[in-house]
Design a protein around this ligand. Structure first.
Ligand code: GAL
Length: 389
């Protein structure tokens, strides 16, 4: 007899059919969810100039960047670029990888600030971030080129931030111009006597031979002596002895400066040298091979590519000698459409990293990663469509 009353037990087969249908629905729902997840295919080779998907299938957004190896992991830091502006709306991003091909998005390492008047206020210009690890303090130290919000490229400062973990979060410490009140180490009494005679007001016209000569002699070093030297495109370098250096475009981008950092990598010591005075170099990237320091730079044409330059020196303090363009292959006279940003040492070899800028759609900027080869004991960067480590 069928039961009556409040609780009627369903028939066994109806009970199981209901459960089966519910489970089917759950499985279907989970499958749809899974199908909607972005699936990143494995990256198996470097294809410079192409989209480079991260672990979520999104093009890596870390421009003007550099890579730090910590333990067995590589950390790639760079500028987050938005779709319609090159101003910093997000900050410095970080990606991690063990094979240099497949990168996990670790999010924002240093965030711009929403505080009005902050040096790194959202909408500032924050470029070319680099991170180095200090073995003594066990801190990760980030330096970058900073332009204050609403002031174009006039501030010409460097910024410093610090973190306890490679991927951050980084705490912004300060920003300023470089080496106020100090002369480059090569300025002895003779050079200073010449500097004494220089006066920016005497030069009505730029780019004349007399003006270029005066720049070389330190016209702008003198002009900015009190307030500090301009600091724009930059990189960092840690030498074998643990000493670190900040290398940056100074003097209205006319001369590179190499400035020694304090033991905690958070300040300049005040010791600095000038490289290629009046040579108009930007985008410095540096490495050391068998005791020789090599530096690849660009000329100054904004977001437009130009011909790469190369320098070498037996010591970080110089003397620096210029060599011909190291690039080989299609558009080698335009750095393959890119601009240098970093040189990454990997197991005794070196990878040249550059950016192909897309100022109208900044987030679509592309990366050039190419191996550095040596020919006649000089670095050569040869274009390859597709290569593996
Ligand atoms: C480039 C520089 C970039 C960015 C750009 C702005 O020369 O390397 O980092 O500052 O100019 O025009």
């Amino acid at each position: 007899m069928q039961g009556k009353g409040f609780f009627v037990r369903p028939k066994k087969e109806i009970f199981y059919t209901t459960i089966n249908n519910n489970m089917k629905r759950v499985f279907l729902f989970l499958w749809v969810l899974w199908a909607m997840l972005p699936i990143a295919a494995q990256v198996t080779s470097v294809r410079s100039g192409e989209l480079w998907p991260d672990d979520q299938g999104q093009h890596i957004n870390a421009h003007g960047g550099g890579v730090l190896k910590y333990g067995d992991t590589y950390y790639w830091f760079g500028e987050h670029k938005s779709d319609h502006t090159s101003d910093a709306l997000v900050g410095v991003t970080c990606y991690s990888s063990k094979d240099l091909l497949n990168w996990k998005n670790c999010g924002v390492a240093l965030s711009v600030s929403d505080e009005r008047g902050s040096d790194i206020e959202r909408g500032c210009i924050l470029e070319r971030p680099k991170v180095i690890y200090n073995k003594v303090t066990k801190k990760f130290c980030m330096w970058f080129h900073l332009e204050l919000k609403g002031r174009g490229y006039n501030a010409a400062r460097y910024g410093v931030a610090v973190a306890n973990r490679p991927e951050g979060p980084y705490k912004f410490l300060y920003s300023q111009r470089a080496d106020a009140g100090t002369w480059p180490i090569e300025f002895g009494s003779q050079e200073l006597a010449v500097v004494d005679t220089l006066n920016a007001r005497n030069f009505k016209e730029s780019w004349t031979p007399a003006w270029l000569k005066a720049i070389g002699q330190g016209l702008y070093v003198k002009r900015d002596f009190g307030t500090g030297q301009m600091s724009r495109d930059m990189t960092l370098y840690v030498d074998d002895d643990g000493k670190a250096y900040h290398i940056f475009s100074s003097e209205e981008n006319l001369t590179l400066h190499i400035a020694e950092l304090t033991g905690d990598y958070l300040h300049h010591t005040g010791r600095y040298t000038r490289v290629a005075p009046a040579g108009h170099n930007e985008a410095p990237a540096i490495f050391k091979h068998e005791g020789t320091y090599w530096m690849i730079t660009s000329g100054c044409t904004g977001w437009e590519p130009n011909e790469a330059r190369m320098f070498s020196a037996p010591s970080i303090w110089g003397p620096w000698t210029q060599h011909p363009n190291p690039c080989r292959g299609p558009r080698a006279d335009k750095t393959f459409g890119g601009q240098s940003t970093f040189i990454l040492p990997v197991d005794g070899k070196y990878i040249f990293m550059a950016d192909i800028w897309r100022p109208r759609h900044p987030s679509d900027a592309r990366y050039i990663w190419l191996p550095i080869e040596f020919e006649d004991n000089k670095p050569v960067v040869r274009w390859q469509d597709d290569w593996k480590f």
